[in-house]
Design a protein around this ligand. Structure first.
Ligand code: SDX
Length: 431
């Protein structure tokens, strides 16, 4: 197989290197395309464009495969936990006992949220969307840690800022939830694991006995959900993190940008939109046909939220695991949520419908996740915040891989100009 690709233009024939990844994917390296030919490429939405090489996450959309650092997501969801998976993504290997303990300790001992951040959170209207609070509070952290704003962070400072962010963003999420419910903040409790502590910081009603406040089944379900959301190669928000980080902006600003990108309903915001859609179907008597027809109607902006994916043209492996977990968690918690049957019915109808089959539209990670979040007591407007907490180690891993690469360059795409070519200035009174 030739290791080059030929391009024939009116000015001649050009060859460009072909590179092959460890999973057999192939790319034409066009780094010299413009300097050699004067041409650039154009790829709306970057569906055919690789922005980088990466060792972090691999997914195969045709086969529905997802691996973190080479380990299948199914194994990690069954056998690992969120903190261990975070270490794996960020450091490139599974930690030994000592490394895991130290990483966990660093997250637990991460500085409490500065009082100033609590004050910023308390300035928000109680009904503000929590994603705006998370983005603002994350960027605001830069004001409290000037020593972590160096454009080339030392390893020692990376070892500090990374666990600190993992701990503090959990605290931000719970702090705003408590503020929105006019309750006092609950401090983190170092005797609890990450997910149990999250649940305690969210819902503790002054119980001294922590075992009462935290149901292990809830903590376990949350842990699996966070693992499944931890990374997903060059998705919109991870690419935004790489774009921002490539200017050597500090990590607080970089992650804040990732939160903003994830907020959109076409991306992480879909998990909230799905549950709102399922509730609407339930309220409407549970008929799917009207909603499926709306989703297929080109003149109707409505889309079947939680369906479709830029890369997965088969089942999203995460959706399969979450769908199964829905049954287990709701049964364990003794919850009967009618939207679960509606979701299953909608999925079955859509997967029989030629519109969805022809376009290879399957349920994605967001289709079932909200049903579990609701069963765990998480309010709907915080579903995307849960995606943030899950995706944070993935964003950090992508950022770290990029800034530690000797090949790192500032991201600066080109364009094809299609505007006015002979414009002239016209005095205001003559316009
Ligand atoms: C996430 O990239 C990642 O990895 C993201 C993510 C991650 O972990 O980071 O996996 C998380 O963001 C999952 C996706 C969550 N979003 C949604 O569930 C929103 C609903 N889905 C869509 O809007 C859509 O499927 C996207 C945004 C997910 C993907 O859009 P694409 O790849 O740009 O595809 P497209 O819009 O070009 O659609 C192709 C065709 C179009 O029809 P035609 O013009 O060919 O006739 O499929 C149709 C679309 O209209 N289509 C849908 C649809 N999704 C695509 N029609 C109805 N309902 C849908 N959900």
């Amino acid at each position: 197989m030739s290791k080059t690709a030929k391009l024939i233009l009116e000015s001649g024939e050009y060859e460009f290197p072909v590179i092959e990844g460890t999973e057999g994917e192939k790319a034409i390296d066009i780094s010299k395309l413009r300097s050699d030919t004067g041409y650039i490429t154009l790829d709306n939405g970057y569906g055919n464009t690789g922005s980088c090489t990466s060792d972090v996450t691999f997914l195969n959309g045709e086969k529905g495969i997802l691996k973190y650092r080479g380990i299948p997501i199914e194994q990690l969801a069954e056998k690992s936990n969120f903190i261990e998976v975070s270490y794996l993504l960020i450091n490139g290997k599974l930690p030994n006992e000592g490394e895991l303990k130290s990483f966990e300790e660093k997250i637990k001992s991460a500085k409490e949220l500065p009082e100033g951040i609590h004050n910023i959170i308390k300035q928000f209207p109680r009904d503000a969307h929590p994603m705006g609070v998370m983005a603002a509070a994350t960027a605001a952290l830069s004001g409290f840690y000037p020593e972590l704003l160096d454009q080339d962070l030392s390893d020692e400072k990376k070892e500090r800022i990374i666990p600190q962010l993992l701990g503090q963003m959990k605290a931000m999420a719970t702090a705003f939830y408590r503020h929105s419910r006019e309750k006092g903040f609950v401090k983190k409790n170092a005797s609890l694991d990450y997910c149990s502590d999250f649940i305690n910081m969210m819902f503790n009603e002054g119980e001294d006995n922590l075992e009462q406040a935290v149901d292990p089944a809830v903590a376990q379900a949350l842990d699996v959900l966070l693992i499944l959301h931890a990374d997903h190669e060059q998705n919109c928000s991870a690419s935004s993190v790489r774009m921002i980080g490539s200017s050597k902006a500090n990590l607080f600003a970089t992650i804040s940008g990732g939160i903003d990108a994830l907020w959109g309903p076409l991306h992480g915001g879909a998990n909230q939109a799905v549950i709102e859609m399922l509730d609407a179907i339930n309220k409407d008597g549970g008929g799917y046909k009207k909603f499926l027809d709306k989703a297929k109607d080109k003149d109707d902006p409505f889309r079947l939220m939680g369906f479709g994916h830029r890369v997965y043209k088969n089942f999203d492996p995460r959706a399969k695991i979450i769908k199964k977990a829905c049954d287990t968690v709701l049964e364990k918690l003794g919850i009967d949520d009618p939207v679960l049957d509606i979701a299953k019915g909608l999925e079955a109808e859509a997967l029989k419908d030629p519109y969805f089959v022809e376009r290879k539209l399957y349920p994605n990670v967001d289709f079932y996740s909200g049903i579990i979040y609701r069963a765990l007591g998480i309010p709907t407007n915080m579903f995307t915040v849960m995606f943030v907490l899950g995706r944070l180690p993935g964003w950090i891993a992508q950022w770290k891989e990029m800034i530690e690469s000797p090949a790192m360059k500032i991201c600066r795409p080109r364009q094809i100009f299609t505007g006015e070519t002979k414009g002239e200035y016209i005095e205001l009174k003559k316009r």
